[in-house]
Design a protein around this ligand. Sequence first.
Ligand code: HEC
Length: 435
Amino acid sequence: MRRILCSLAVVLTPILAWAGVDRPPVTFNKDVLPILQRNCQGCHRPGEAAPMPLLTYQDARPWIKAIRDAVLQQRMPPWFADSQHGKFANDRSLSQAEIDTLVAWVDGGAREGDAADLPPPREFVKGWNIGRPDLVFEMPREFHVPDSGTIQYQYVVIPTGFTGDRWVQMAEIRPGNRALVHHVMVYLREPGSKWLHWAKPGEPFEVRSLRDGSRRFDLLVGFVPGSVPQMLKPGQAKLIKAGSDLVFELHYTANGKAGTDRTRMGLIFAKEPPVEQVSTIWAKNRVFVIPAGAPNHRVDAERTLDHDVTLLALLPHMHLRGKSVQYRAVYPTGESQILLDVPRYSVNWQLSYYLKEPLLLPKGTRIECTGYFDNSANNPNNPNSAVAVRYGKQSQDEMMVCLMDVTSRRRDESGASIQKGDGEVLQRPSPEPPD
Ligand code: HEC
């Protein structure tokens, strides 16, 4: 018997050493918590999108198997850009070392470790991810969402009351009721605009279409499932002109249980006037038809830039049948470049991809956006594979909208930095709203 044990030890010792058993064991307090603080707690804390908090050992312990699987399969943290194309400032994917640490922790028995190793808790501003807002706008009243049926988009005009121009560096929409709010867009209506002029401030209303010819608006910020707030760098900001109104667009989806919502939007203003004005533009296709049952149907959208812009961020938007999406820039020279490739698109994770290095796109550049849709019964999200699908607003309809945050240099008072006219283009009403 002893002989057997001895030879087992001879065999096992190198294996255990190879497996790192002679290294100090991986513990929650020392090794794991810093990773969770950096990469997970933004969502895994009370009041945020994730179903359970991961703030403490007690929080994480029941989830160890799920954590192991989620990080190994790279489902968590949610990040969908193919790393071969583009570098993104908000890339949340874990490094291999971080994945290895989490897996080794679980496999090694998920030890808690020494209390002396605990890092200080990460500080969050309760209820916000942008930090404490300078100003919060809230729907004046609750909206009652019925338990069933299709709910038309609701609009509410909220005057800003701003007496001077304000520059917004960060903006975050907080749905009052995450279970019922599908998406929210906040548009800006400039003073003097006739757009929706008949609407009574503070009163929700419905419209067939936002395209009424007299529109003059820009998108300030949106909330869609899995989205990230607008977080611009110092020196970049969106302009809210004095006297502008906010137009909230709210899309509710009934889920069997009636409820109420009162959505808010928080703003953080630029500390000084920015040099670059940020606007959101898009390439969009509204005329496609995805045949019933089609498993891999291609839809293209494109937009040619009529002046130089600097690209900051990309946000692809498709609905339940969206499968993959790719943005390309085709330069006036004929050269082209893949800006973003999302091989597995998920309607639940409509992320903004903030470029690590802003990219200059000269006038004449064509932005091409290609999406593939799965309208077959194999798509678990597909509500009905027996029908052809077209562009439309409701979740059972489809969309192919490729949004982009861009800057153009702000005209300084002397007009020196940019030729007259150039800066104007982004101020002009966009051809149509994204939704
Ligand atoms: C951007 C927000 C966000 C971040 C960051 C995030 N999660 Fe999640 N997580 C969610 C949401 C929302 C769900 C529930 C929906 C789902 O599973 O997709 C979830 C579900 C989970 C689940 C349970 C379901 C599953 O997929 O197994 C685990 C485990 C998990 N997350 C672990 C992590 C870990 C570990 C990290 C960090 C390394 C992390 N998450 C980072 C939002 C996030």
